[in-house]
Design a protein around this ligand. Structure first.
Ligand SMILES: Nc1nc2c(ncn2[C@@H]2O[C@@H]3COP(=O)(O)O[C@H]4[C@@H](O)[C@H](n5cnc6c(=O)[nH]c(N)nc65)O[C@@H]4COP(=O)(O)O[C@H]3[C@H]2O)c(=O)[nH]1
Length: 697
């Protein structure tokens, strides 16, 4: 017979001393101690005093019968849970009913089967012990559930709520009366309910915890929840629901920080790449096309450098704002999520994704709209700032089928647009890559050209209109490329300017030209003025006057015989700095002229202050003469104006005798052009000069 580890105490209440004795004996045999009470009142008093583990209570007793004693014990907090076995008469069914009503745990009938009673007592003690432990566990569970803020519920396999306890963080959520006994689809939106039911099946099948996140609209705003489901039996799950709105808000903030450009508030490179990746996947699945536009502001660096970073930053904000407005129309975006279609990759680079592209013209139209939007002035700190944009476009699937290639090709096309004169939009084509490759190859070659002696000069004579004598020459550089043959300066000078190579190349031209002019003087005893082109980069080089001085000094050429040709653009770019450089050159004593006059904007006022000695009328005005009356009028006006400012006028690009005669009539001073002489090597000029001397002699 199993015995409890601790010896239990049983209170035996009976008015019959023989019965009490027998009971005490029976208890002793099963390892229990007994205490006696001769009536009900005494039993109640001993229960309070000794707190027995079980009570055996006879029904018929004097003073207070068993029913009354049982009730009194139950009414007392100390006796509320103690197991009470009532001892009733033989077939007294009514007594049994009364016993349970009075709060008895069990009953035995007389005559008593003593060995069975021992077992019965032990069984009731064990059951009571288990109930006590359950009661503690239940209290603990309730304490835990009360301490956590979550709502919890129980669902049966059919999806009906068995229980619902609203958590203290749930605010104005559902209550148990909304849920208990109802099916989950009647309580929650169908889509959410179905997800929960699906996970519930998983939980029951695997006995593992699953969680479901969902969103509910409450009081006009979205609230986020996470329900964790755990099986509590083969057909039941317990759900713990937590409000995760705050966590979602934090996650959203972190996402925004990671995916938003902090300056402009639009998506950043990372966000764009992810959008592009998604679009690529979507377009591949749906057999659709899309375009990537890559936009870069022309001359943004200059704005940043001259007006400061604050203005630069402000400009980028306004640009992104304008892009946002421009890319808003419905034809841009066929889906809701339009914000991420526009992004700033960094610096002044922006990208736009055009999904569901039906025709390429569509992408070109958007590019055109963007270009036009950028052309409107931006007002910053009271200044009107003008910018233009260059745009490159790549297409899926025509140009590539991965994000990196599409972005790279749009970038390549953008560079091409810039090279084509800025404020341009260009589509990518595979031949572009070839072009760019050859551009890069040319640059590598140009870097070596100086050291490899591949550059040389030709000289084009300039004649006095009246005496038809050579009074000067213009030095024009050529590049004898080892593979491609002779390359024109119109091809490599822009590249040299872009890469900064123009500074060493220009210095070489200057020294070579000065040395050539000095050689002619020695050979022919004739002095002609040597004109050398100066690019804007050279002009801005702070060592310019030093280089000019040293070239003159080394070759021994008189400064009067060196002419520096500048374009209008170079002069007008930064009038203040220009004045200082021009003043240094004037002090050296060199001759200054303006090349390609009429093609840019120059202020006459400045020209006077700059102490420029000659204007070269651009050949685009001369080539239409004499038929083109408009150009004729412009040419005459330039000559009159230059003479008014005491400047000499040189006409470039004279190709016919008629043009020469006309220019003579207009009073032009000097002429240069194929009609009078092509650019030729130095020796040919020497022969011409000797010829002139001999003819004169
Ligand atoms: N159609 C036509 N063209 C004529 C005629 N007469 C002369 N030309 C061409 O017109 C250009 C005049 O030079 P530019 O306006 O200074 O224009 C020059 C100049 O801006 C630049 N360049 C040439 N050499 C140098 C240099 O050493 N340094 C710098 N910075 N630029 C240079 O390259 C440009 C082109 O030079 P080139 O190809 O040598 O072309 C030369 C010359 O060959 C004519 O009657 N008809």
């Amino acid at each position: 017979m199993a015995c409890p580890t601790k010896r239990g105490v049983v209170l035996v209440a009976d008015d019959d001393p023989v019965m009490r004795l027998l009971m005490l004996q029976m208890l002793g045999q099963v390892g229990l101690d007994g205490v006696e009470a001769e009536d009900g009142a005494r039993a109640v008093a001993l229960m309070r005093e000794l707190r027995p583990d079980l009570i055996l209570m006879d029904v018929d007793m004097p003073n207070m019968d068993g029913f009354a004693a049982c009730k009194a014990i139950r009414d007392d907090a100390a006796g509320a849970t103690v197991p009470i076995i009532m001892v009733t008469g033989g077939d007294d069914i009514e007594a049994v009913t009364n016993a349970y009503e009075a709060g008895a745990t069990d009953f035995v009938s007389k005559p008593i089967n003593w060995p069975i009673l021992g077992h019965r007592v032990l069984y009731v003690l064990r059951a009571s012990d288990a109930i006590a432990r359950l009661r503690i566990a239940d209290a603990q569970n309730r304490a835990v559930l009360a301490a956590i803020p979550d709502t919890f519920f129980r669902l049966n396999r059919d999806g009906v709520y068995l229980d619902y306890e609203r958590g203290h963080d749930a605010g104005a959520g559902l209550s148990d009366s909304d849920c208990v006994g109802r099916h989950i689809t009647e309580v929650l939106p169908r889509e959410i309910a179905e997800r929960l039911l699906e996970q519930m099946e998983n939980v029951l099948a695997t006995q593992q915890i699953r969680s479901v996140e969902y969103e509910l609209l409450r009081g006009g705003s979205a609230q986020h929840f996470e329900a964790r489901l755990v099986a509590t039996g083969p057909t039941e799950v317990l759900g713990l629901v937590r409000d995760i709105s705050e966590r979602k808000r934090t996650e959203e903030q972190i996402r925004r920080l990671a995916y938003c450009d902090s300056l402009t508030g639009i998506p950043n490179r990372q966000a764009f790449l992810e959008t592009l990746e998604r679009e690529l996947h979507r377009s591949k699945m749906g057999n659709k096309k899309f375009a990537v536009l890559f936009m870069d502001l022309d001359a943004f660096k200059r704005i940043n450098d001259t007006l400061g970073h604050n203005v630069g930053d402000h400009l980028l904000q306004l640009v992104s704002e304008r892009l946002r407005e421009t890319t808003r129309p419905s034809d841009m975006v066929s889906r809701g999520d339009q914000a991420t279609n526009l992004a700033r990759l960094g610096g002044d680079e922006f990208t736009i994704l055009i999904p569901d592209l039906e025709r390429v013209e569509h992408a070109l139209n958007v590019a055109h709209r963007v270009k036009e939007a950028m052309r409107r002035p931006f007002l910053i700190e009271g200044n009107e700032i003008f910018v233009t944009a260059s745009i490159g476009i790549s297409l899926f699937p025509e140009d590539g089928d991965d994000c990196n290639s599409l972005l790279k090709y749009a970038d390549t096309a953008m560079y091409h647009a810039k090279n084509c004169g800025k404020n341009n939009a260009k589509l990518y084509s595979s031949s572009l890559t070839m072009q760019i490759m050859s551009h890069v190859k040319l640059e590598v070659g140009l870097r070596k050209a100086l050291g490899n002696d591949e550059l040389y000069l030709l000289y084009q004579p300039q004649f006095d209109v009246h005496s038809t004598e050579i009074v000067g020459v213009e030095a024009l550089v050529r590049w004898r490329h080892p593979e491609r043959g002779v390359i024109s300066p119109t091809e490599f000078i822009p590249l040299a300017e872009e890469t900064g190579l123009i500074v060493p190349i220009g210095e070489w031209v200057l020294r070579t030209a000065c040395s050539q002019a000095r050689n002619w003087q020695r050979q022919t005893r004739r002095s002609v003025r040597m004109a050398v082109n100066l690019s804007a980069k050279q002009f801005k080089d702070e060592n310019l006057s030093q280089i000019v001085l040293s070239a003159l000094h080394e070759t021994g050429l008189d400064p009067r015989f060196l002419e520096l040709e500048l374009t209008e653009g170079t002069l007008m770019d930064d009038a203040k700095a220009t004045l200082a450089t021009l003043e240094q050159l004037r002090r050296i004593g060199v001759y200054l002229s303006i090349d390609d006059f009429g093609t840019g904007y120059s202020s006459m006022n400045y020209l006077k202050r700059f102490d420029v000695r000659a204007l070269k009328i651009d050949r685009s005005f001369i080539c239409g003469l004499p038929q083109d009356s408009e150009n004729a009028a412009i040419t005459r006006a330039i000559i009159a104006m230059a003479h008014g400012l005491k400047m000499v006028v040189v006409a470039e690009g004279v190709e016919t005798g008629e043009q020469l005669v006309l220019l003579q009539q207009y009073g032009c001073d000097l002429v240069q052009g194929y009609h009078l002489g092509h650019p030729v090597p130095g020796d040919s000029i020497a022969q011409k000069l000797v010829g002139v001397v001999q003819a004169a002699g």
